[in-house]
Ligand binder design. Structure first.
Ligand SMILES: NC(=O)c1ccc[n+]([C@@H]2O[C@H](COP(=O)([O-])OP(=O)(O)OC[C@H]3O[C@@H](n4cnc5c(N)ncnc54)[C@H](O)[C@@H]3O)[C@@H](O)[C@H]2O)c1
Length: 231
């Protein structure tokens, strides 16, 4: 039987790219999202990953339907851009719940299945865990927390379960019209695509990364290594 991956937030964007890649690689994929995916790309479960009961039901459904879980990819997330003075506590809590607490809930629910399969967890953080634009406090805090939660999971759940984090830079998920400057500012020469992240995730949940755990992988075309001083 082929291996089973749960990918959250995979109705769109990076998560959809991860789900397609894993399906191509022969994985059975369960997609959890609050929105229906446009294309069929695995077994879809509508779920709000910030909801404790929903995460329990999601994992219980995998235990009864697929009978195993080999990889948990915590990708669902969103950003609120607002000046600090306008950011409500409810908005702050919603960002933290979706981007950070969901990984705690899913890892806790999935631990028995992942231990049984000697599986792997991959979280999708962001280079914004390490650097910021103005008015992104809740998002940056959630992603910094996710980087730390990931190494904590690696230490607590190893050696049965490996846990690693991917921090993407600018990944075009909306098919925006990008300018030559948008691409050229990247040391790699272009803005990223979901497939760039998917390739790293595929490696991290596969056998070739078996000595890798607790690590963060920056997939940003080199942007966070580029020193910028205004001319
Ligand atoms: N696109 C980028 O440039 C970029 C850069 C760094 C990090 N990221 C991170 O990558 C991940 C995917 O981002 P994306 O750009 O593909 O965004 P996206 O908005 O295209 O996709 C996010 C998906 O998550 C789902 N989702 C959001 N909240 C949810 C919830 N509570 N429960 C279930 N599903 C939920 C959405 O419905 C959507 O399908 C996010 O964690 C994001 O923070 C994105």
């Amino acid at each position: 039987m082929s291996k089973v991956a749960l990918v959250t937030g995979a109705a769109h964007g990076i998560g959809a790219g991860i789900a397609s890649r894993l399906l191509r690689d022969g994985w059975r994929v369960v997609i959890a999202d609050r929105d229906q995916p446009a294309a069929s790309s695995g077994r879809f479960v509508r779920a709000d990953v910030a909801d404790e009961a929903a995460t329990r039901d999601l994992v219980a459904g995998i235990a009864s339907n697929e009978g195993q879980l080999d990889a948990l990819v915590c990708n669902a997330g969103f950003m609120i851009r607002k000046p600090l003075a306008d950011l409500t506590l409810g908005e702050w809590n919603r960002v933290l719940a979706t981007n950070l607490t969901s990984t705690f809930l899913l890892a806790r629910a999935a631990e028995p299945l992942l231990r049984a399969s000697k599986g792997a967890i991959v979280t999708i953080a962001s280079t914004r865990a390490h650097m910021s634009e103005p008015d992104t406090a809740s998002y940056s805090a959630s992603k910094g927390g996710l980087v730390a939660l990931t190494h904590s999971l690696a230490i607590s759940l190893g050696p049965d379960i490996r846990a690693n984090c991917v921090s993407p830079g600018w990944i075009d998920v909306r098919g925006e019209k990008l300018s030559p400057e948008d691409h050229a500012q990247h040391p790699a020469g272009r803005v990223g695509e979901p497939e760039d992240v998917a390739g790293m995730v595929a490696w991290l949940i596969g056998p070739e990364s078996r000595f890798v755990t607790g690590a963060e992988f920056v997939v940003d075309g080199g942007m966070t290594r580029k020193m910028i001083y205004a001319a």
